[in-house]
Design a binder for this molecule. Structure first.
Ligand SMILES: [Zn+2]
Length: 152
């Protein structure tokens, strides 16, 4: 008789039985999870967020990727005194929807734009003190912003 559901869950990557991560949805053993996190870390480090406007309750960043000279995105941060509101603009010059890395047999694919959200959490939201935050992502169809300057 088939006893589906009582079979021990095996690690998605190495088929070991002791799945421990991620907590609540255990699918990986400790070693494979560490490996996956290490790979994501390397991929994440290819992004650089450069702050070019810093106001008391707002900031603006340009997103750079190691493979490109020009920025691949832009981030606006507004603090209304309670929550943090982030607006992300992704430029079409980068492959945001592509898987950010490939691990043999891994059922969980993560795209570059998902990795960027991790980077934003670590580099912007945490330094702002964490707390409640809201993130909106827009995809630009123009590769570069149009610049307008004026004075009245
Ligand atoms: Zn494993």
């Amino acid at each position: 008789m088939a006893r589906k559901g009582t079979e021990p869950i095996r690690c998605a990557l190495c088929s070991a039985k002791d799945v421990v991560e991620p907590r609540g949805d255990e699918r990986y053993c400790r070693d494979c999870w560490d490996k996956k996190i290490a790979v994501e870390d390397i991929v994440a480090r290819e992004f650089t967020l450069k702050r070019y406007i810093r106001a008391q309750s707002a900031e603006k960043y340009l997103v750079y990727h190691a493979t490109q000279k020009r920025p691949v995105g832009m981030i606006m941060v507004i603090d209304d005194g309670f929550d943090l509101f982030l607006t992300v603009l992704l430029y079409p010059t980068f492959t945001w929807e592509d898987p950010a890395y490939h691990l043999e047999k891994d059922p969980e694919q993560r795209t570059f734009h998902e990795i960027l959200v991790d980077v934003i959490a670590a580099d912007i939201i945490e330094p702002w003190g964490g707390g409640k935050w809201h993130l909106e992502v827009f995809r630009s169809t123009a590769p570069e912003p149009e610049d307008w300057n004026g004075e009245m």
